[in-house]
Design a protein around this ligand. Structure first.
Ligand code: ZN
Ligand code: ZN
Length: 417
């Protein structure tokens, strides 16, 4: 029998503690979710499962942004705090060998049938937040205020948070003073990491269509070659980071795809490429985006080609941890989880749409990560299965309990009596 953990910020011994019974329920829920992942914005059964759990706990809830679910747990006068868990899986064929591995399939928006896996660990987020909801619903003496539980679809496509906000999230739910979120990540299970200030980069994805003039491959004099022109664009785009930006400012410009032509002896009419831009600072972002447009336009002009088309595919907002809130939360985590279990880390170039939720109402947010790997995997000398790998398999414990304890500690620090 494991002794229940008592968390800092709670006066009552044993209040809001993760008992063996709760932990068993958490594991069952996690295994079920892991075996039944769904693609972004198609999380229908996941949303139904979340609704059933919230209904069972007597927590009022509503659908928001299609397959999003919001639970509102009211417990008298007190602060309002938001907590977000993303719910979507990925088009990946799971290869973990786990007995609860997914064999699910799904259909992408373009009609392609694909295998589906919880390859980013969002199943840990959902099972953890539902367990936290149960703990707060069943232990009302320990806290006061309102907990807004945000089960957000479509994180992987940057669609979900924006869809929830557009669907009236903050008109329908009480406005929180802060929004929290957490993510399972490559790292030692039992530990949490957070950044003070920027946590993750903004991301902009663009699709460029380069127009030329089609001709026989032997007659360049009659053509404007979009492949050569596009290649110049790709090369010149590399100079934005290396030759235009202050070296102390972080940015990435990646051209991830390039397609042009069907046959080697035809100069095609057009070529297409997509690029992905990562930045932390709005000023740097504006400058990079302007440089991208200038270079693409000017390279086309240099070739005598028509103006290319630039389509915005998607944008991830900033993921920014309000420094004072992040510092305070690090202290809460150290008390709750142990001094050695908490790291302050630099921001990463990855992106998240979590930031939309708080930014939409101008309140602070804090986002942290919890590790999902045992030491023998991290230190074993072999490749570590990271998020989005077909081998990504967070060890259930202490990963899930740490997710619960971190979330409860963060919430209890504001809501605890
Ligand atoms: Zn992901
Ligand atoms: Zn994720």
């Amino acid at each position: 029998m494991t002794a229940p953990t008592t968390l800092a910020g709670l006066e009552t011994a044993g209040a809001l503690a993760l008992t063996d019974e709760l932990r068993t329920g958490l594991h069952e829920l996690y295994r079920h979710l892991h075996a039944h992942p769904e693609l972004s914005m198609q999380e229908h059964r996941t949303a139904e499962l979340i609704e059933q759990h919230l209904d069972g706990l007597g927590i009022e809830n509503f659908r928001c942004g299609g397959t999003g679910v919001v639970g509102v747990l009211r417990n008298g006068e007190g602060p309002v705090v938001g907590f977000r868990a993303d719910t979507d899986g990925l088009p990946i064929a799971e290869d973990t060998g786990l007995d609860y591995a997914s064999t699910a399939t799904g259909t992408l928006p373009d009609g392609t049938e694909v295998p589906v896996m919880h390859g980013c660990g969002h199943d840990t987020h959902v099972s953890v937040l539902l367990t936290v909801a149960r703990m707060f619903a069943e232990d009302r003496e320990a806290w006061a205020g309102t907990l807004v539980l945000i089960f957000q679809p479509g994180e992987e496509t940057a669609a979900g948070a924006a869809a929830m906000v557009a669907d009236g999230l903050w008109e329908r739910a009480p406005k929180p003073e802060i929004v929290y979120g957490q993510h399972v990540m490559t790292g030692l299970a039992g530990t949490v990491s957070l950044s003070v200030g920027s946590a993750m980069a903004m991301a902009d994805s663009l699709k460029v269509t380069v127009h030329g003039r089609q001709s026989h491959g032997s007659q360049p004099q009659d053509a404007i070659d979009p492949v050569v022109l596009g290649a110049h664009m790709v090369v010149r785009l590399q100079t934005i980071v290396s030759r235009e930006l202050d070296p102390r400012q972080a940015a990435v410009v990646t051209v991830g795809t390039f397609h042009g032509g069907l046959k080697e002896n035809i100069i095609p009419a057009s070529a297409e490429f997509t690029l992905n831009i990562r930045t932390f600072d709005e000023g740097v972002r504006a400058r990079v985006l302007a440089s991208v447009r200038r270079i693409i336009s000017a390279e086309a002009a240099a070739s005598g080609a028509p103006e290319p088309e630039i389509e915005e595919l998607y944008t991830f907002p900033a993921c920014y941890n309000e420094p004072a809130e992040a510092e305070a939360l690090a202290g809460v985590f150290r008390t709750a989880l142990g001094e050695g279990a908490v790291s302050i880390v630099p921001p990463v170039m990855g992106s998240e749409d979590f930031g939309h939720l708080a930014a939409a109402i101008g309140v602070p947010a804090v986002y942290w990560t919890f590790g999902g790997h045992p030491a023998e995997v991290l230190d074993g000398g072999g490749p570590v299965p990271v998020n989005h790998s077909p081998y990504f398999a967070p060890v259930m414990e202490p990963t899930l309990s740490t997710g619960v304890n971190a979330a409860v500690a963060a919430l209890a620090a504001r809501l605890g009596r």
